[in-house]
Ligand binder design. Sequence first.
Ligand code: NDP
Length: 349
Amino acid sequence: GKVLVSGANGYVAMWVVRILLEKGYSVRGTVRSEEKGKFLADYFTELGYGTKFEFFIVEDITKDGAFDEVVKDVDAIEHTASPFTYNVKEPDALLKPAVQGTVGMLRSALKAGSQIKRIVITSSVAAIINPTTEPRVWNEDDWNTSAAEEFERLGAATSSITLYRLSKTLAEQAAWDFYKKYKSQLSWDLTMINPSLVFGPPIQDLKSPSALNTSLATWFDTVVRGEGKLSMKEGLAVTSSWVDVRDTALGHVLALQKEEAGGQRITTSASGFIWQEWLNTANALENNPLKATYPNLPHGFPEIIDENPERIIHIDFDPSKEQRILGIKYRTLTETTKDTLEEFARRGW
Ligand code: NDP
């Protein structure tokens, strides 16, 4: 079958496209410019998938009917296009493309007739978790309510991080609302993949580290360069959860294949972490692949783990639904660190 992948040039999406092609699907990717499409076409031709990959240009995903043409003749959709940046001037720069892009895709799919069988949307754990000072295990019944409250209180002064989380929450809610409203008329069902923070080797077009996508840029700054807020002692104790880009991309593909994934939101998360653990992992590798440019990877403050164990509150997710329906075997911190550093080295960074 043929699968439409929106935002196909993105960090996560390019791996989704690659795994789809490896599993025998044909892929139609959407990008915002000819140049971005050309990069993908060249990359996938090189891998031997020249006849199985095509790209369409959708300049503005917020426009009415933006996806009407591209959804024609596809069997399934992976909607990943959505801004992930902490660098915006006004809330709508995040909220509009996230929500209108998502609902627009579903609206186009509704109009397209009966060929489409499943739509997978890339949501996020940002749409699940709320800030907490108590250890707890989250699951797919949890919803982010704090971002909306903060936005209500602070309006345009809301931090970009909160606005990003709100954009993912509102987009996911809008998708489920649409799905419930039109269910009786739809040939397809809906699956949400909610990834943790994504790390792992990038295959997208990057002129330099400064072009990295938000999650991997943070990893590069903290683990390789030892710069930025998170590389300070306080920052290295900051907790989050993560997943390898190849594993969450595989999750997107499995979500098309597993009947039981229909109508579900599914978290893809390898584990919780604090940043110091990535530094420890990188330093424990036998050979630092980046020796030439970064002979000494930052060590951080390994003692923070022993000093204050009760302060280390991992953000963890109940894996049972994901394991039951998708069954991803997650890469470890060591595997992901090694592969990521090797990819950076290959690029000469
Ligand atoms: P990237 O920035 O690498 O990719 C984002 C993609 O969305 C690009 O194709 C980009 O196009 C497109 N896009 C961004 N803003 C717009 C816009 N205003 N209009 C049209 N297209 C737009 O990020 P990721 O690969 O990390 O993100 C992909 C998806 O995964 C997003 O939905 C994100 O929220 C989600 N996600 C990511 C996580 C992570 O840690 N990376 C964690 C959880 C979820 P262009 O290149 O032209 O800007």
